[in-house]
Design a protein around this ligand. Structure first.
Ligand code: R5P
Length: 300
């Protein structure tokens, strides 16, 4: 079957390596489309590549979902109208996964609402390490088939190629799933975090004597699924810095699957003496060092 891949949104950096890498690996034609805004702000959108009978993939960068969601739905609908056999959404970063509970009466359960919208327009969804916390399976909120891929092996491989004696640190309870999988036989710990606000977290470390021997002389490697405001990573690294001399630690490395880096958080994390900040290209960012195209293609 003919396969056509559309990169989304139009203004996503052309340099987003994932689009071109995946096109090659999936032997997909590059889909052309255009959009503009009418004077009143509404979207005009046109699919320029014929898709009748084809399997169509939209590879979406949904870092800014609010401005893009409607365009995404219009595009999927237009593709169906033009006879696409299947319209698959590959969204390596899946947004709206963190408001997964009504904490205060009246709040929108945005994870569920976003999932309903996507499920109405797409035939299936493929994503990488979505933020599954209180929702344990995407099928709890998505009514289309979903496939969750994991970048942990790729990250473990990067660490084994680049870091001599790593000491893996998950900065909060949720990150323990990634930290454990990435650590393999290397020593690792998981910290405990309480979030008080978007930019305010407190992090508790286990007693020093419980990890001092394992960590001594190693390179601390923080791993987290998302770096967003950067607050979690910054608080973790700040405390780690107080342990560097007593434990003879190298400068830390920070690795994330989804590099959001809101505001100037990337520079702030770097300014803490972080040796390297590494990410996958699930979202385009200058820290991208780990390519997930092969992971997606192998599981498509
Ligand atoms: C949630 O707990 C995640 O695992 C990340 O730790 C979190 O999303 C990071 O957010 P921020 O960079 O805003 O602290």
């Amino acid at each position: 079957m003919r396969r056509v891949l559309f990169g989304f949104p139009r203004n996503s950096p052309e340099s987003h390596s994932l689009v071109s890498n995946l096109e090659k690996l999936l032997k997909a034609e590059q889909g052309q489309w255009s959009r503009r805004s009418f004077p009143d702000g509404e979207t005009y959108l046109r699919i320029e590549t014929p898709v009748s009978g084809a399997q169509v993939i939209i590879l979406a960068n949904l870092l800014n979902p609010n401005g893009n969601f409607l365009d995404l739905c219009l595009m999927a609908d237009a593709l169906k109208d033009q006879g696409a056999k299947e319209v698959v959404l590959i969204s390596p970063y899946l947004p709206y996964m963190r408001q997964d509970k009504v904490f205060n009466t009246g709040e929108a359960l945005s994870s569920k609402s976003f999932a309903k919208g996507i499920s109405a327009f797409f035939d299936r969804l493929i994503t990488i390490d979505p933020h599954l916390h209180r929702i344990h399976d995407l099928n709890e909120i998505y009514s289309i088939p979903t496939q969750v891929l994991h970048a942990t092996e790729l990250i473990a491989q990067w660490i084994s190629n680049h870091v001599k004696d790593p000491f893996i640190i998950g900065p909060d309870g949720e990150s323990s799933q990634w930290a454990r999988a990435i650590a393999g036989n290397h020593p690792w710990i998981c910290l405990s975090k309480v979030r008080h606000g978007d930019h305010h977290v407190t992090i508790d470390w286990p007693p020093l004597e419980t990890f001092a021997d394992q960590a001594h002389g190693r390179t601390p490697v923080f791993v987290d699924d998302i770096i967003s405001s950067g607050t979690t990573m910054m608080r973790g690294i700040e405390h780690l810095n107080t342990l560097r001399v007593p434990l003879n630690l190298a400068a830390p490395i920070a690795i994330t699957i989804h590099p959001i880096f809101a505001g100037n958080s990337f520079d702030q994390i770097r300014a803490l003496g972080t040796a390297q900040i590494i990410s996958t290209n699930a979202l385009p960012h200058l820290s991208n060092s780990i390519d997930v195209a092969g992971l997606i293609a192998a599981n498509f």
